[in-house]
Design a protein around this ligand. Sequence first.
Ligand SMILES: NC(=O)c1ccc[n+]([C@@H]2O[C@H](COP(=O)([O-])OP(=O)(O)OC[C@H]3O[C@@H](n4cnc5c(N)ncnc54)[C@H](O)[C@@H]3O)[C@@H](O)[C@H]2O)c1
Length: 260
Amino acid sequence: MRLQGRVTAITGGAQGIGRATGLAFAAEGALVALGDVELDAAQAVAREIGERGGKAIALRVDVGDAGQVQTFVERVVAEFGRLDVMFANAGIAHSAPFLEHPEAQWHRVLRVNLTGVFLCCQAAARQMVKQGGGRIITTASINGFRGVENLVGYNAAKAGVVELTRTMAVELAQHSITVNAIAPAQIDTRLTRSLPEEARRRRVERIPLGRFGEPDDVARAALFLASDDASYITGHTLAVDGGYLAGGLWSGPTGSPPRA
Ligand SMILES: NC(=O)c1ccc[n+]([C@@H]2O[C@H](COP(=O)([O-])OP(=O)(O)OC[C@H]3O[C@@H](n4cnc5c(N)ncnc54)[C@H](O)[C@@H]3O)[C@@H](O)[C@H]2O)c1
Protein backbone atom coordinates (compact mmCIF):
# COMPACT_ATOMS: atom_id res chain seq x y z
CA MET A 1 0.00 0.00 0.00
CA ARG A 2 2.50 2.59 -1.19
CA LEU A 3 -0.05 5.40 -1.56
CA GLN A 4 -2.31 4.65 1.41
CA GLY A 5 -4.70 7.59 1.92
CA ARG A 6 -2.95 9.85 -0.59
CA VAL A 7 -5.20 12.02 -2.71
CA THR A 8 -4.28 11.78 -6.38
CA ALA A 9 -5.57 13.59 -9.46
CA ILE A 10 -5.02 12.15 -12.92
CA THR A 11 -5.85 14.03 -16.10
CA GLY A 12 -6.60 12.00 -19.19
CA GLY A 13 -7.82 9.41 -16.72
CA ALA A 14 -10.60 8.02 -18.91
CA GLN A 15 -8.44 5.57 -20.80
CA GLY A 16 -4.96 4.48 -21.81
CA ILE A 17 -2.10 5.49 -19.54
CA GLY A 18 -4.34 7.60 -17.25
CA ARG A 19 -6.80 4.75 -16.69
CA ALA A 20 -4.02 2.25 -15.94
CA THR A 21 -2.43 4.70 -13.51
CA GLY A 22 -5.75 5.28 -11.75
CA LEU A 23 -6.16 1.55 -11.24
CA ALA A 24 -2.54 1.21 -10.05
CA PHE A 25 -2.77 4.15 -7.62
CA ALA A 26 -6.09 2.90 -6.19
CA ALA A 27 -4.67 -0.60 -5.74
CA GLU A 28 -1.97 0.97 -3.56
CA GLY A 29 -4.53 2.70 -1.34
CA ALA A 30 -4.81 6.10 -3.04
CA LEU A 31 -8.00 8.11 -3.41
CA VAL A 32 -8.25 8.86 -7.12
CA ALA A 33 -9.82 11.75 -9.04
CA LEU A 34 -9.99 11.09 -12.77
CA GLY A 35 -10.24 14.26 -14.86
CA ASP A 36 -11.07 14.07 -18.55
CA VAL A 37 -13.09 15.67 -21.32
CA GLU A 38 -14.73 12.27 -21.81
CA LEU A 39 -16.77 12.12 -18.62
CA ASP A 40 -18.69 8.89 -19.37
CA ALA A 41 -15.47 6.98 -19.96
CA ALA A 42 -13.87 8.47 -16.84
CA GLN A 43 -16.95 7.46 -14.80
CA ALA A 44 -16.59 3.91 -16.10
CA VAL A 45 -13.00 3.83 -14.80
CA ALA A 46 -14.14 5.22 -11.44
CA ARG A 47 -16.75 2.44 -11.25
CA GLU A 48 -14.08 -0.14 -12.15
CA ILE A 49 -11.90 1.14 -9.32
CA GLY A 50 -14.87 0.97 -6.94
CA GLU A 51 -15.64 -2.62 -7.97
CA ARG A 52 -12.07 -3.52 -7.06
CA GLY A 53 -12.53 -2.03 -3.58
CA GLY A 54 -10.89 1.33 -4.28
CA LYS A 55 -12.22 4.88 -4.08
CA ALA A 56 -12.43 7.14 -7.13
CA ILE A 57 -14.41 9.99 -8.60
CA ALA A 58 -14.63 11.20 -12.19
CA LEU A 59 -14.78 14.88 -13.09
CA ARG A 60 -15.12 16.64 -16.42
CA VAL A 61 -12.22 18.97 -17.15
CA ASP A 62 -10.70 20.46 -20.26
CA VAL A 63 -7.08 20.92 -19.20
CA GLY A 64 -6.61 23.78 -21.67
CA ASP A 65 -9.15 25.93 -19.82
CA ALA A 66 -7.72 27.68 -16.74
CA GLY A 67 -11.12 28.12 -15.09
CA GLN A 68 -12.05 24.46 -15.51
CA VAL A 69 -8.66 23.34 -14.18
CA GLN A 70 -9.07 25.53 -11.09
CA THR A 71 -12.56 24.11 -10.52
CA PHE A 72 -11.20 20.57 -11.00
CA VAL A 73 -8.59 21.03 -8.27
CA GLU A 74 -11.13 22.71 -5.97
CA ARG A 75 -13.57 19.83 -6.42
CA VAL A 76 -10.87 17.26 -5.66
CA VAL A 77 -10.00 19.11 -2.46
CA ALA A 78 -13.71 19.50 -1.57
CA GLU A 79 -14.24 15.76 -2.04
CA PHE A 80 -11.07 14.36 -0.45
CA GLY A 81 -9.79 17.23 1.73
CA ARG A 82 -6.38 17.71 0.09
CA LEU A 83 -4.28 16.95 -3.00
CA ASP A 84 -1.04 14.98 -2.68
CA VAL A 85 -0.28 13.89 -6.25
CA MET A 86 -1.07 15.51 -9.59
CA PHE A 87 -0.45 13.38 -12.71
CA ALA A 88 -0.77 15.87 -15.60
CA ASN A 89 -1.17 13.28 -18.33
CA ALA A 90 -3.91 14.33 -20.77
CA GLY A 91 -2.69 14.64 -24.33
CA ILE A 92 -3.66 14.67 -27.98
CA ALA A 93 -1.79 14.50 -31.27
CA HIS A 94 -2.18 15.80 -34.78
CA SER A 95 -0.24 14.19 -37.58
CA ALA A 96 0.70 16.24 -40.66
CA PRO A 97 3.87 17.03 -42.59
CA PHE A 98 5.58 20.20 -41.35
CA LEU A 99 5.02 22.06 -44.64
CA GLU A 100 1.29 21.41 -44.45
CA HIS A 101 0.74 21.45 -40.71
CA PRO A 102 -2.35 23.63 -40.10
CA GLU A 103 -1.77 26.49 -37.69
CA ALA A 104 -5.08 25.68 -35.97
CA GLN A 105 -3.83 22.18 -35.12
CA TRP A 106 -0.53 23.59 -33.86
CA HIS A 107 -2.47 25.78 -31.40
CA ARG A 108 -4.85 22.94 -30.46
CA VAL A 109 -2.03 20.54 -29.60
CA LEU A 110 0.03 23.15 -27.73
CA ARG A 111 -3.07 24.19 -25.76
CA VAL A 112 -3.72 20.71 -24.40
CA ASN A 113 -0.23 19.19 -24.28
CA LEU A 114 1.77 22.15 -22.96
CA THR A 115 -0.55 24.86 -21.62
CA GLY A 116 -2.75 22.15 -20.12
CA VAL A 117 0.19 20.71 -18.20
CA PHE A 118 1.22 24.20 -17.02
CA LEU A 119 -2.31 24.98 -15.78
CA CYS A 120 -2.84 21.65 -14.00
CA CYS A 121 0.56 21.74 -12.32
CA GLN A 122 0.21 25.38 -11.26
CA ALA A 123 -3.25 24.85 -9.74
CA ALA A 124 -2.08 21.68 -7.99
CA ALA A 125 1.15 23.26 -6.76
CA ARG A 126 -0.69 26.21 -5.21
CA GLN A 127 -2.74 23.72 -3.17
CA MET A 128 0.36 21.66 -2.29
CA VAL A 129 2.25 24.74 -1.10
CA LYS A 130 -0.55 25.33 1.42
CA GLN A 131 -0.27 21.72 2.55
CA GLY A 132 3.53 21.76 2.82
CA GLY A 133 4.42 19.34 0.00
CA GLY A 134 3.31 17.05 -2.78
CA ARG A 135 4.19 15.17 -5.93
CA ILE A 136 3.73 16.30 -9.52
CA ILE A 137 4.24 14.00 -12.47
CA THR A 138 3.90 15.07 -16.09
CA THR A 139 3.63 12.97 -19.23
CA ALA A 140 6.20 14.05 -21.78
CA SER A 141 7.26 11.70 -24.60
CA ILE A 142 10.32 10.44 -26.40
CA ASN A 143 9.06 12.90 -29.03
CA GLY A 144 10.33 15.64 -26.73
CA PHE A 145 13.84 14.39 -27.56
CA ARG A 146 13.51 13.24 -31.18
CA GLY A 147 12.15 14.92 -34.28
CA VAL A 148 9.64 12.21 -35.09
CA GLU A 149 8.23 13.00 -38.52
CA ASN A 150 4.80 14.59 -39.08
CA LEU A 151 4.30 15.54 -35.42
CA VAL A 152 5.88 18.96 -35.18
CA GLY A 153 3.31 20.48 -32.79
CA TYR A 154 3.24 17.39 -30.60
CA ASN A 155 7.05 17.16 -30.47
CA ALA A 156 7.46 20.85 -29.62
CA ALA A 157 4.85 20.58 -26.86
CA LYS A 158 6.50 17.51 -25.35
CA ALA A 159 9.96 19.14 -25.43
CA GLY A 160 8.29 22.03 -23.62
CA VAL A 161 6.91 19.66 -20.98
CA VAL A 162 10.43 18.38 -20.26
CA GLU A 163 11.70 21.90 -19.61
CA LEU A 164 8.54 22.96 -17.79
CA THR A 165 9.07 19.96 -15.50
CA ARG A 166 12.67 20.95 -14.73
CA THR A 167 11.73 24.55 -14.01
CA MET A 168 8.87 23.58 -11.73
CA ALA A 169 11.15 21.12 -9.92
CA VAL A 170 13.69 23.84 -9.19
CA GLU A 171 11.13 26.42 -8.06
CA LEU A 172 8.93 24.07 -6.04
CA ALA A 173 11.68 22.17 -4.21
CA GLN A 174 11.62 24.79 -1.43
CA HIS A 175 7.99 23.75 -0.81
CA SER A 176 8.85 20.02 -0.62
CA ILE A 177 7.12 19.37 -3.93
CA THR A 178 8.90 17.06 -6.35
CA VAL A 179 8.22 17.30 -10.08
CA ASN A 180 9.19 14.62 -12.57
CA ALA A 181 8.21 13.65 -16.10
CA ILE A 182 7.67 10.32 -17.77
CA ALA A 183 8.65 9.97 -21.43
CA PRO A 184 6.82 6.98 -22.87
CA ALA A 185 7.25 5.50 -26.33
CA GLN A 186 4.91 3.32 -28.27
CA ILE A 187 2.43 2.44 -25.59
CA ASP A 188 -0.55 0.44 -26.84
CA THR A 189 -3.36 2.98 -26.39
CA ARG A 190 -5.93 4.73 -28.59
CA LEU A 191 -3.24 7.27 -29.49
CA THR A 192 -1.07 4.64 -31.22
CA ARG A 193 -3.76 2.16 -32.26
CA SER A 194 -4.80 4.47 -35.07
CA LEU A 195 -1.41 3.91 -36.76
CA PRO A 196 -1.50 1.61 -39.79
CA GLU A 197 -0.19 -1.91 -39.07
CA GLU A 198 2.89 -1.34 -41.25
CA ALA A 199 3.78 1.82 -39.31
CA ARG A 200 3.37 -0.03 -36.01
CA ARG A 201 5.67 -2.81 -37.23
CA ARG A 202 8.34 -0.33 -38.34
CA ARG A 203 8.19 1.40 -34.98
CA VAL A 204 8.61 -1.85 -33.07
CA GLU A 205 11.74 -2.50 -35.14
CA ARG A 206 13.28 0.61 -33.57
CA ILE A 207 12.60 -0.49 -30.00
CA PRO A 208 15.39 -2.66 -28.54
CA LEU A 209 12.94 -4.55 -26.29
CA GLY A 210 11.04 -5.42 -29.47
CA ARG A 211 7.47 -4.71 -28.42
CA PHE A 212 4.92 -2.00 -27.82
CA GLY A 213 4.66 -0.99 -24.17
CA GLU A 214 1.50 -1.54 -22.15
CA PRO A 215 -0.27 1.26 -20.23
CA ASP A 216 0.69 -0.65 -17.07
CA ASP A 217 4.38 -0.19 -17.90
CA VAL A 218 3.86 3.57 -17.58
CA ALA A 219 1.50 3.27 -14.60
CA ARG A 220 4.17 1.44 -12.59
CA ALA A 221 6.67 4.24 -13.33
CA ALA A 222 4.11 6.84 -12.22
CA LEU A 223 3.47 4.82 -9.07
CA PHE A 224 7.19 4.82 -8.29
CA LEU A 225 7.48 8.59 -8.83
CA ALA A 226 4.40 9.21 -6.65
CA SER A 227 5.66 6.96 -3.86
CA ASP A 228 8.05 7.58 -0.98
CA ASP A 229 10.66 5.54 -2.89
CA ALA A 230 11.19 8.59 -5.13
CA SER A 231 11.42 11.21 -2.40
CA TYR A 232 14.90 12.47 -3.46
CA ILE A 233 14.18 12.47 -7.20
CA THR A 234 13.06 15.72 -8.80
CA GLY A 235 13.46 17.41 -12.18
CA HIS A 236 14.01 14.05 -13.86
CA THR A 237 12.45 12.69 -17.05
CA LEU A 238 12.10 8.93 -16.87
CA ALA A 239 11.96 7.22 -20.27
CA VAL A 240 9.55 4.28 -20.37
CA ASP A 241 10.35 3.38 -23.92
CA GLY A 242 11.75 -0.13 -24.29
CA GLY A 243 15.21 1.36 -24.84
CA TYR A 244 14.23 3.58 -27.77
CA LEU A 245 16.13 6.68 -26.62
CA ALA A 246 19.15 4.60 -25.64
CA GLY A 247 19.25 3.05 -29.10
CA GLY A 248 21.03 5.74 -31.08
CA LEU A 249 22.03 3.99 -34.29
CA TRP A 250 20.35 0.76 -33.15
CA SER A 251 19.59 -1.15 -36.32
CA GLY A 252 17.13 -3.77 -35.23
CA PRO A 253 17.53 -7.30 -33.82
CA THR A 254 18.87 -8.66 -37.12
CA GLY A 255 21.41 -5.87 -37.50
CA SER A 256 19.77 -4.61 -40.66
CA PRO A 257 18.66 -1.00 -40.47
CA PRO A 258 14.93 -0.53 -39.91
CA ARG A 259 13.27 1.02 -42.91
CA ALA A 260 12.57 4.74 -42.48
N1 LIG B 1 0.63 6.01 -26.24
C1 LIG B 1 1.89 6.36 -26.42
O1 LIG B 1 2.67 5.66 -27.08
C2 LIG B 1 2.42 7.63 -25.82
C3 LIG B 1 3.78 7.92 -26.00
C4 LIG B 1 4.30 9.08 -25.46
C5 LIG B 1 3.48 9.94 -24.74
N2 LIG B 1 2.17 9.64 -24.58
C6 LIG B 1 1.35 10.58 -23.81
O2 LIG B 1 0.65 9.89 -22.80
C7 LIG B 1 -0.49 10.65 -22.43
C8 LIG B 1 -1.70 9.73 -22.39
O3 LIG B 1 -1.95 9.27 -23.71
P1 LIG B 1 -2.55 7.82 -24.04
O4 LIG B 1 -1.57 7.14 -24.89
O5 LIG B 1 -3.02 7.17 -22.80
O6 LIG B 1 -3.74 8.26 -24.99
P2 LIG B 1 -5.33 8.14 -24.86
O7 LIG B 1 -5.87 8.80 -26.07
O8 LIG B 1 -5.70 6.72 -24.58
O9 LIG B 1 -5.66 9.00 -23.54
C9 LIG B 1 -5.59 10.41 -23.55
C10 LIG B 1 -6.72 10.92 -22.65
O10 LIG B 1 -6.62 12.35 -22.59
C11 LIG B 1 -7.94 12.88 -22.66
N3 LIG B 1 -7.91 14.27 -23.11
C12 LIG B 1 -7.65 14.72 -24.36
N4 LIG B 1 -7.76 16.06 -24.39
C13 LIG B 1 -8.10 16.44 -23.14
C14 LIG B 1 -8.35 17.70 -22.55
N5 LIG B 1 -8.32 18.84 -23.26
N6 LIG B 1 -8.66 17.74 -21.23
C15 LIG B 1 -8.74 16.60 -20.50
N7 LIG B 1 -8.52 15.37 -21.02
C16 LIG B 1 -8.20 15.31 -22.32
C17 LIG B 1 -8.64 11.96 -23.64
O11 LIG B 1 -10.06 12.07 -23.56
C18 LIG B 1 -8.11 10.60 -23.21
O12 LIG B 1 -8.92 10.01 -22.21
C19 LIG B 1 -0.58 11.79 -23.45
O13 LIG B 1 -0.03 12.97 -22.91
C20 LIG B 1 0.28 11.29 -24.59
O14 LIG B 1 0.81 12.35 -25.37
C21 LIG B 1 1.62 8.50 -25.10
